[in-house]
Write a protein that binds this ligand. Structure first.
Ligand SMILES: Cc1ncc(COP(=O)(O)O)c(C=O)c1O
Length: 489
C-alpha cells in the first residue's frame, strides 16, 4: 500500500507539465474559440456516467480525458466571443495564484493558520476601500461573489441597525415588518437575501425606474412616507452602482441624502459596476457611493479575476465583528494574540475559507491599477462602438445603451410591428446558442425582450464586435427565411 497520496517527484513534474500544456492550449488561437459548444445535455451527462472508481487511473491519461471532455468543450469565457451574463475573461496571473494558493492550502479563518494570506486579505480590503473612497480603516471580507457580498452587507445592516433590540438573540419575532427599498432593476440576489434574512420579499419595495432605468426618487420617498404612515419600519435603502440589465447607475448621492433623512441603512450593490467608479471619465456618475454604509462588489467581474471573488466593504471592522462574533472554546486564540491579529472567523460567517484575496492581490500587483483601468475603459469604449454599429445598421435597433459595458438591442430586419420584433428576438436566442460562434443572451426591459450584450473581457477588439453583429445578422436572416418558408407551406 502507498503510504500517502503523493506522486513521486518525477511523476508530479510530468503531471504539472501536462497541466501547463493544457493551460497553454486554452490560449492558442483564442480568437477562433467558440462562445458556446452546443452538445445535447444527455450527451454531456453520458461522458461522466460511471460508477465510483475503486482504483485510480493514470494521471496523464486522466488529464487527457479532462482536456477533451472539460476544457475543449468549455463555454468560451476566456475568449472574446462571450457576451452573456457578466462574464469576465479572467487573467493569467490569477491562474498561477489559484495554483499556488491550492498548493499551500491555507484556511483564512484564523490569523495563525495563514499569516501572510490574512495580511494580504487585509491589504486588499484597504486598497478596495481606498478605490471606493471609503475610510482606509474600513472593514471587509472576501466572499464568493456578488450575491454573497450583497447578503453580507445586508446582514451587517440588519444586525447593526437592530442591535439595540438584541436581534441576534431574539431574531425577528415580535418586530413590526422592516422595509427594504431598491429599484425594480435590482438584482434578484437581493430578493434572495431579504428572504434569507427573514425580512421577506413582501417587504422589498421595488420602485419604478425612469427612462434611463434609474430609481425614481419621487416615488421612492412617497413609498417611504406611506410605509411609515402604515406603521411599518423602513430599514434599508439599496442603490445600484450598475444594474445587471442595462448598467444603470442610480443617483447615489441623492439616495445617500434620503437614507440620512429617514435614518436608513444605505447599501450599494456595486457587484457589476462599482469598480468602474475608479475611471476618471465616470467619477461623477458615482458621486455618493462613498457615503454607503455597506457595499457589495465583484472582483470576478471588473477586476478580471477568475471565479469566485466577491467582496463586502463596511465602514468599520467593528461592525463585522458585532454581526458575526461567536465565542467557541476550540477557536479561542486570545492568549496567542497580542491584539493585532485579525481573526476572520470573528468577522464573517464562514469558518473554513480559501485565500480568495491572493488572486486579487497578485492581479493588482502584476498588472497595476493603471492597466486595469485601461482595460475597463476599453470595455466601455468597445460597448460604445457596438452601439454605433447598431445605430448605423438599418436592420438593428438600439434599445438601451449605458455608461458601462452593456448594450441592449434588437434585430429588426424588415419587420415593422414591435410585437413581431420582440418575439423574433426571443426566438433568435436558441438559434444563436446552437450556432455557438458567439454566446449572447437576452433580457426583458420594461416588459419587452431585447438582446443584451455585456462586454467585460480585456481580450475583445473592434473586430470581435463586428463579428458579433455579423453572426447575429446571419443567424437572424436564416431564421427569417425559415419562418417565411413555414408560412408559405
Ligand atoms: C448588479 C449585480 N448584482 C449582483 C450580482 C450577483 O453576483 P454573483 O453572480 O457574483 O453572485 C450580479 C451578477 O451579475 C450583478 O450584476
Amino acid at each position: 500500500m502507498n503510504e500517502t497520496l503523493d506522486f513521486s517527484e518525477n511523476q508530479f513534474k510530468d503531471i504539472l507539465a501536462k497541466s501547463t500544456e493544457l493551460v497553454l492550449q486554452q490560449f492558442e488561437n483564442l480568437d477562433a474559440h467558440k462562445g458556446y459548444h452546443f452538445y445535447p445535455q444527455k450527451e454531456v451527462e453520458s461522458w461522466f456516467d460511471e460508477g465510483i472508481p475503486d482504483a485510480g487511473m493514470n494521471a496523464i491519461e486522466l488529464l487527457d480525458e479532462v482536456g477533451k471532455k472539460v476544457l475543449q468543450t468549455a463555454t468560451g469565457n476566456l475568449g472574446p466571443h462571450m457576451y452573456a451574463y457578466v462574464m469576465s475573461g479572467g487573467n493569467q496571473m490569477a491562474i498561477v495564484a489559484e495554483k499556488l494558493a491550492a498548493t499551500i492550502n491555507q484556511n483564512q479563518t484564523k490569523w495563525h493558520l495563514a499569516p501572510a494570506m490574512n495580511e494580504i486579505e487585509k491589504r486588499v480590503i484597504a486598497w478596495t476601500a481606498k478605490l471606493l473612497d471609503f475610510p482606509e480603516d474600513s472593514g471587509g471580507v472576501l466572499v464568493s461573489g456578488g450575491s454573497a457580498a450583497n447578503l453580507t452587507g445586508l446582514t451587517v445592516g440588519r444586525n447593526i441597525f437592530f442591535e439595540a433590540i438584541g436581534i441576534r438573540k431574539t431574531g425577528l419575532f415580535h418586530q413590526k415588518p422592516f422595509v427594504v427599498y431598491a429599484s425594480e432593476e435590482v438584482h434578484s440576489c437581493v430578493d434572495k437575501s431579504v428572504e434569507l434574512l427573514g425580512i421577506g420579499s413582501n417587504q422589498l419595495r421595488k420602485i419604478e425606474t425612469d427612462a434611463d432605468f434609474k430609481i425614481r426618487l419621487d416615488l421612492l420617498e412617497e413609498q417611504i412616507k406611506n410605509d411609515i404612515a402604515d406603521g411599518l419600519r423602513p430599514f434599508c435603502l439599496i442603490g445600484n452602482a450598475g444594474t445587471v440589465n442595462t448598467g444603470a447607475i442610480d443617483d447615489l448621492d441623492a439616495l445617500a441624502d434620503l437614507a440620512k433623512k429617514y435614518e436608513l441603512w444605505y447599501h450599494i450593490d456595486g457587484a457589476y459596476g462599482a469598480l468602474a467608479g475608479i475611471l476618471d471619465s465616470l467619477k461623477k456618475e458615482y458621486k455618493g457611493m462613498e457615503r454607503a454604509d455597506s457595499i457589495a462588489l465583484d472582483f470576478h467581474k471588473w477586476l478580471y479575476v477568475p471565479f469566485e471573488g466577491g467582496c463586502t466593504i463596511v465602514r468599520s471592522w467593528d461592525k463585522l465583528r458585532r454581526t458575526y462574533f461567536k465565542k467557541a472554546a476550540y477557536l479561542d486564540t486570545e492568549l496567542a494574540n497580542d491584539g493585532n491579529r485579525l481573526e476572520y472567523n470573528e468577522h464573517y460567517f464562514q469558518l473554513s475559507r480559501n485565500a480568495k484575496a491572493f488572486k486579487v492581490w497578485l492581479t493588482i500587483k502584476a498588472y497595476g491599477m493603471t492597466r486595469i483601468k485601461d482595460m475597463i475603459q476599453k470595455d466601455i469604449d468597445l460597448t460604445n462602438y457596438l452601439n454605433e454599429l447598431v445605430n448605423a445598421a438599418e436592420d438593428f435597433e438600439l434599445v438601451a445603451d449605458s455608461k458601462l459595458a452593456v448594450s441592449c438591442f434588437r434585430y429588426i430586419g424588415k419587420m415593422r410591428s414591435k410585437s413581431e420584433i420582440v418575439e423574433f428576438n426571443r426566438e433568435l436566442m436558441p438559434a444563436l446558442e446552437k450556432d455557438g460562434r458567439v454566446f449572447i443572451m437576452g433580457t426583458s426591459l420594461k416588459g419587452d425582450y431585447a438582446i443584451r450584450a455585456c462586454l467585460i473581457n480585456h481580450r475583445k477588439t473592434k473586430k470581435t464586435i463586428e463579428h458579433l453583429i455579423e453572426v447575429i445578422r446571419e443567424i437572424a436572416q436564416k431564421l427569417e427565411l425559415k419562418k417565411q418558408t413555414v408560412i408559405q407551406k
